[in-house]
Design a protein around this ligand. Structure first.
Ligand SMILES: *Cc1c(COP(=O)(O)O)cnc(C)c1O
Length: 230
C-alpha cells in the first residue's frame, strides 16, 4: 500500500506534488490548532535545474532552499531578478570564506554553527542595508560527522552570537539522525529555542514534516516530496 502510494506520487507533476504537500501542511496544522500562516514551506531545490524550479515558481512557490553557496550563485541570480519576492534559504554548511557570497544571495542563513562563521558573518554584514535572517543549526543528535552546535553548547553559542557579534538570531534549525525517531529531536530544538527567546524553528523534511509541525516547526524543508527522488 505504502509503496503504491509512493509510485503514484512519483508520477504526478511538480505542481500536483506541491499541492499535496500544502494540503498535508494544512491538515497537520489544523490537527494541532495551528494556523497555516504560522508555517512556511521551504521548497528544497538543491540539484534541481532551473526548468523544474520554474514549475514550482509558476505554482506560486516563493521560498526555496539550497545547500551549497556555489550552486545557488549559478542558479538563482536570474530567477531572483525575474521574481523579486523569492526568499532563498541556505540550509547547507557554510565555509567562512563564502560568508560574503552567502550574505549577498541568501535571505535566510540557517546554518550558523561556530564562532568563526558568526564573526565572519558579522564582519560582512557591517554597513549593509539589507541583512539576511540568521538561524543557528543545532546538532540535536550530537553526531560527530554532522554540522551544528552541540545541544549543551547552544545557549552559550547563541549568547556569543548576540553579545560578541551583535547578530540577531531569529531561528534554530536541526537535521535529526537518519536512523532515529525524530520527535525527541524536534522537541529538544523547540525547548532550546524557547529558553533562548528564539521564535523560528526550521525542522522537518519530506518524511517527517507533519510531525515537525505538531512540535512547533515554523519552516519545513521539503525536497523529494515535491521534485521526486534526487
Ligand atoms: C536535502 C535537504 C532537505 C530536504 O530533504 P528531502 O528529504 O528531500 O525533503 C532538507 N533539509 C536539508 C538540510 C537538506 O539538505
Amino acid at each position: 500500500m505504502a509503496s503504491q502510494e509512493t509510485n503514484h506520487e512519483e508520477s504526478l507533476s511538480i505542481p500536483s506534488r506541491l499541492q499535496l504537500v500544502r494540503d498535508h501542511i494544512h491538515r497537520a496544522a489544523a490537527d494541532c490548532d495551528r494556523l497555516d500562516a504560522q508555517i512556511e514551506l521551504v521548497c528544497v531545490s538543491k540539484t534541481q535545474p532551473a526548468e523544474k524550479i520554474l514549475e514550482a515558481i509558476n505554482a506560486r512557490q516563493r521560498i526555496f532552499g539550497e545547500n551549497r553557496v556555489q550552486e545557488a550563485q549559478q542558479k538563482w541570480p536570474d530567477l531572483k531578478a525575474k521574481f523579486p519576492d523569492i526568499q532563498l534559504h541556505l540550509i547547507g554548511p557554510l565555509q567562512s570564506n563564502k560568508a560574503k557570497e552567502a550574505v549577498e544571495i541568501f535571505d535566510v542563513i540557517e546554518t550558523i554553527d561556530r564562532e568563526k562563521i558568526a564573526q565572519e558573518i558579522a564582519k560582512v554584514l557591517k554597513g549593509r542595508p539589507s541583512k539576511p535572517k540568521l538561524f543557528v543549526q543545532v546538532n540535536t543528535g550530537s553526531e560527530p560527522q554532522k554540522a551544528g552546535v552541540l545541544p549543551e553548547s547552544a545557549d552559550s553559542f547563541i549568547e556569543f552570537c548576540r553579545s560578541q557579534c551583535g547578530l540577531h538570531i531569529s531561528g534554530l534549525m536541526c537535521i535529526p539522525p537518519a536512523d532515529e525517531q525524530c520527535s525527541p529531536h524536534f522537541a529538544l530544538l523547540a525547548l532550546i529555542a524557547k529558553r533562548n527567546g528564539v521564535s523560528e524553528l526550521s525542522m522537518g523534511m519530506s518524511s517527517d514534516y507533519e510531525l515537525a509541525i505538531q512540535l512547533g516547526a515554523t519552516f519545513v524543508r521539503v525536497g523529494s516530496a515535491i521534485f521526486g527522488h534526487r
